[in-house]
Write a protein that binds this ligand. Structure first.
Ligand code: 5RP
Length: 224
């Protein structure tokens, strides 16, 4: 199976996962990226049964609206029942690296609010130690050089993502050559650098469920 077929398989599996729980007042959090886009396109099937979504990016909000699916501001809803989103890397503790699409801060906020975070990914994303994928860090523009120097002190090689401005008006540094054996500690450490808005480690709030697309079918991994 191709990577795109595996992404489609997990997008379909996510729809099947949430379908039995859909009620009039269910609120779905919707992520960002190519896998999340496939989920959004699948969700169009349930148009009319999905009364409220919140999106982790302007792009996803726009795609949902194009399908006629209602999108609300996060601040106006009381709860988010499920958050469905992709990842750039996942380990077997369901800790993630996210932010390849520069939406990490809003993704982190929606994931924090969500009761259940369902991560959808193809098997190429499963790693033993996080950090082969460069870790995205969202930074207030004036702090860019300072934060980059601090990230070098932590052992990484930060690279400015040219031409990218986040939905929040900030810039992204991608930290290369940065193996992360202790994601919880590293997430907190990077968050403590002045000028960092958030970083792409999802360890303090990992996924609850990982739907992993493999050649043998979709595997469901849950937090123990
Ligand atoms: C966007 C993200 C995405 O979830 C991540 O980049 C995975 O993307 P894709 O589904 O296209 O592989 O974190 O900020």
């Amino acid at each position: 199976m191709t990577q795109d077929e595996l992404k489609q398989a997990v997008a379909t599996a996510a729809l099947d996962y949430i379908r039995p729980y859909l009620e009039d007042n269910t609120v779905l959090g919707i992520g960002t990226g190519s896998t999340a886009n496939l989920f959004i396109d699948n969700l169009a099937e349930l148009r009319g049964q999905v009364n409220a979504t919140v999106a982790s990016s302007d792009a996803s909000a726009e795609r949902l609206r194009q399908h006629g699916i209602p999108v609300y501001e996060l601040s106006t809803v009381n709860q988010v029942d499920f958050y469905i989103d992709g990842a750039d890397e996942a380990n077997d503790s369901l800790q993630l690296i996210k932010g390849g699409g520069a939406a990490l801060t809003r993704e982190k906020i929606v994931a924090a609010v969500a009761r259940t975070f369902i991560c959808i990914a193809d098997e190429s994303k499963l790693v033993h130690t996080l950090g082969e994928f460069p870790l995205p860090v969202e930074v207030i523009p004036m702090a860019r050089s300072y934060v980059a120097r601090e990230l070098v002190k932590l052992g990484g090689d930060p690279v400015y993502r040219e031409g990218v401005v986040t939905d929040n008006g900030n810039v992204i540094l991608d930290v290369h050559n940065f193996s992360i054996p202790q994601p919880l500690a590293m997430e907190a450490k990077i968050n403590n650098i002045a000028g960092v808005v958030s970083n792409g480690l999802f360890a303090l709030r990992p996924a609850d469920v990982l739907l992993l697309g493999t050649a043998e079918g979709v595997k469901t991994l849950r937090l123990a």
